[in-house]
Design a protein around this ligand. Structure first.
Ligand code: IPM
Ligand code: MG
Length: 352
């Protein structure tokens, strides 16, 4: 028996997750139970915290979790450790999903939707492997203190140890063998000791086990530049939590819309995966029914492939999204007029 926990969350999260649910219902996979829980601001409103112990336990006991989005201006004033984003970090940490797969792929039908020239993004197909449960997001010490002179000081710690680097690098190298055979490892070893260790550990693992994969190293600032200048040079980009956050948004936008891109966060084999669109809760358009559900639906496809043991269903869902785009289906973010529901209908109609 497999279980999928839906955590629609806030803003456009529930709207886009509802479309994934319709796809799931249409697939009618035998032996799959789907349940739903409150997360983020929705959970703060109901329970005072963004992630209850019960929901955390349900996530850990499930086969996969599909999240919508969290956060919004309503919860800007809740204390820092109880804001919706804190719930997401707690969930990622509790599930120990250290490898975050963020494919940035330019669908042929959308090449002209990019703010970059079509010839620059044509064929763009990058897979970010972002470390997700370490680095400056989780490093200690952290905090805000008042200094003797009355000034305030906010501080965080960026740190990476051997095992944290090796386990995520393994994932990147293994995936490279299934794709274009190239890994670009990104840090700032020129100014950060954590980057020095990152570079050396990746190099060591590569020499030990993955010399068939082409490895190069790049400073994060240069990578940002290269992603705009010549993004098709990349196959897999392996990087840390913070650089991965920034660079994946950058690359996502060059594919046409943040509304298209899914993600998967994976831990040790046999543990549940966490799937979520890369986009946020988009409070400005929430409740209007115009959000693009593709990123959620493609995240569902990743869950089918990586956690739920249904790779054929995953391929069908991805093909349906592509077919709907080829047939001209477009939500606002893609320059069209379709509502979230109509986009879901178009994808459902293309599902074979
Ligand atoms: C992301 C988001 C999160 C992050 C936020 C919501 C905590 O931006 O998944 O990219 O920074 O990791
Ligand atoms: Mg982000």
């Amino acid at each position: 028996m497999k279980t999928l926990l839906l955590l629609p969350g806030d803003g456009i999260g529930p709207e886009v997750t509802a479309e994934s649910r319709r796809i799931l219902d249409a697939l009618a996979l035998p032996g799959l139970t789907v349940s739903e829980g409150l997360f983020g601001g929705a959970s703060i409103d109901a329970h005072g915290v963004p992630l209850t112990d019960e929901t955390e336990a349900a996530a850990l006991a499930s086969t996969a979790v599909l999240m919508g989005a969290v956060g919004g201006p309503q919860w800007a004033d809740v204390s820092y450790d109880r804001r919706p984003e804190a719930g997401l970090l707690r969930l990622r940490g509790a599930m120990n999903v250290f490898a975050n797969l963020r494919p940035a792929r330019c669908f042929a039908a959308l090449a002209s939707a990019s703010t970059l020239k079509p010839e620059v993004v044509d064929g763009l197909d990058i897979l970010f492997v972002r470390e997700l449960v370490g680095g400056v997001y989780f490093g200690e010490p952290r905090g805000i203190e008042t200094l003797p002179n009355g000034e305030r000081r906010g501080f965080n710690t960026q740190s990476y140890s051997t095992h944290e680097i090796r386990r995520v690098a393994h994932v990147a190298f293994e995936l490279a063998r299934l794709r274009g055979g190239k890994v670009c490892s990104v840090e700032k070893a020129n100014v950060m000791e954590s980057g020095v260790v990152w570079r050396e550990e990746v190099t060591r693992l590569h020499a030990e086990r993955y010399s068939d994969v082409a490895l190069n190293h790049m400073y994060a600032d240069n990578c940002a530049m290269q992603l705009v200048k010549a993004p098709t040079q990349f196959d897999i980009i392996l990087t840390d939590n913070l650089f991965g956050d920034l660079l994946s948004d950058l690359a996502a936008m060059s594919t046409g819309s943040l509304g298209m891109l899914p993600s998967a966060a994976l831990g040790e084999a046999g543990t549940p995966g966490l799937y979520e669109p890369i986009h946020g809760s988009a409070p400005d358009i929430a409740g209007q029914g115009i959000a693009n559900p593709c990123a959620s639906i493609l995240s569902l496809a990743m869950a089918l492939r990586y956690s739920l043991g249904a790779p054929e269903a995953a391929t069908r869902v991805e093909a349906a999204v592509e077919a709907a785009l080829d047939a001209g289906a477009r939500t606002r973010d893609l320059g069209g007029q379709l509502t979230t529901r109509q986009m879901g209908d178009a994808i459902l109609a293309s599902l074979r």
